[in-house]
Design a protein around this ligand. Structure first.
Ligand code: CUA
Length: 331
């Protein structure tokens, strides 16, 4: 009887262990593994989950088994046997978890050391949190952007800071999260390994707009990245390029850059009329508001609601100022 019980327990235990491994290795609810960090972190996570699942199933399995096998039968009112501990069992169930904890500790430390070490020749990207958007700067090209682009396979070190309160730069697909603290630069290194677009979140409650403090990282081929960066440089140095790249010319006429759009008002005459369009607004304020909140003032004869309302997110404040200055310059 005792042998049979032990045998059944062993079989059930082995089946539960197998089921635990299957669940831990085949059920994947994680975002894509888009960086070297993600691979190392997920491997650690899956091993921890596997160990936890096995222990959980063994403990709960033994419990359920004992509840059913040793339940009180009808009419059996005898007291249960008095048991006074088991020294060897207690030593065993102290030593095994202690060994597991030590092994997990050493392994976790190795993973941490490995993911924090920058790859060879990393590109620096400065990340700045502000209420409520992310800004990026590529010091190598001396340009600031509102969208994060990275070439696949090239190591990067983010230098993360904040202009106001504490934010947290979080790219789930990279398994990367670090606080953006005012007056302090925190580094975060990794290498993107998958081409695609992945969300960026703020993971620190930073005010009323916290939930909308999102952006995206575009991981692309090195050729596409170089082309994008060159375009950002061109836009930074030439507001006419901002005008064309942002698609303004599809709706507005601006003869000096060859834009012939007629859906919105022509901007050739803007320097002459901007100052007198709205009482109390000088020309620069009028043009800036017209870019940032397009429906604030609509020139009579043109339909409202057509101009995109996203330019304040797609352009840096410096780029908007450059564009305002450019549009008010006599062509
Ligand atoms: Cu920034 Cu939350």
């Amino acid at each position: 009887m005792r042998e049979r019980t032990l045998f059944v327990s062993a079989i059930v235990g082995i089946l539960l262990v197998a089921a635990g491994f299957a669940v831990a290795t085949h059920v994947n609810l994680m975002p894509p593994e888009a960086s070297t960090r993600a691979v190392a972190v997920d491997q650690l996570f899956h091993i921890l989950l596997g160990i936890s699942t096995v222990i959980f199933l063994l403990v709960e399995g033994a419990l359920v088994f004992a509840v059913i096998r040793f339940r009180r039968r009808t009419g059996d009112d005898r007291p249960g046997p008095a048991i006074h501990g088991n020294t060897s069992l207690e030593i065993l169930w102290t030593l095994i978890p202690a060994a597991i904890v030590v092994v997990i500790g050493i392994y976790s430390f190795q993973v941490l050391a490995a993911v924090e070490k920058p790859g060879p020749g990393p590109r620096i990207v400065e990340v700045t949190g502000r209420q409520f958007s992310w800004g990026f700067r590529y010091p190598e090209a001396n340009v600031a952007t509102t969208e994060l682009h990275l070439p696949v396979g090239q190591p990067v070190v983010f230098e993360i800071s904040s202009e106001d309160v504490i934010h947290s730069f979080w790219v789930p697909a990279f398994r990367a999260k670090r606080d953006a603290t005012p007056g302090q630069i925190s580094e975060l290194s990794m290498t993107p390994i998958e081409i695609g677009q992945f969300p960026i979140r703020c993971a620190e409650l930073c005010g009323a707009g916290h939930a909308t403090m999102t952006s995206q990282v575009v991981v692309e081929s090195p050729e596409n990245f170089d082309a994008w960066l060159a375009q950002q440089v061109a836009m930074a140095n030439d507001p006419g390029q901002i005008f064309l790249t942002m698609g303004c010319g599809a709706c507005h006429t601006r003869t000096e850059v060859g834009a012939k759009g007629t859906i919105g008002p022509s901007l050739d005459e803007l320097p002459n009329v901007a100052g007198s369009r709205e009482a109390g607004l000088d020309a620069a304020a009028y043009v800036e508001q017209s870019i940032v909140t397009p429906d604030a003032f609509v020139v009579p004869g043109f339909p409202p609601g057509l101009m995109p309302k996203t330019f304040s997110q797609r352009l840096t404040p410096d780029q908007i100022q450059a564009l305002v200055h450019y549009l008010l310059k006599q062509p």
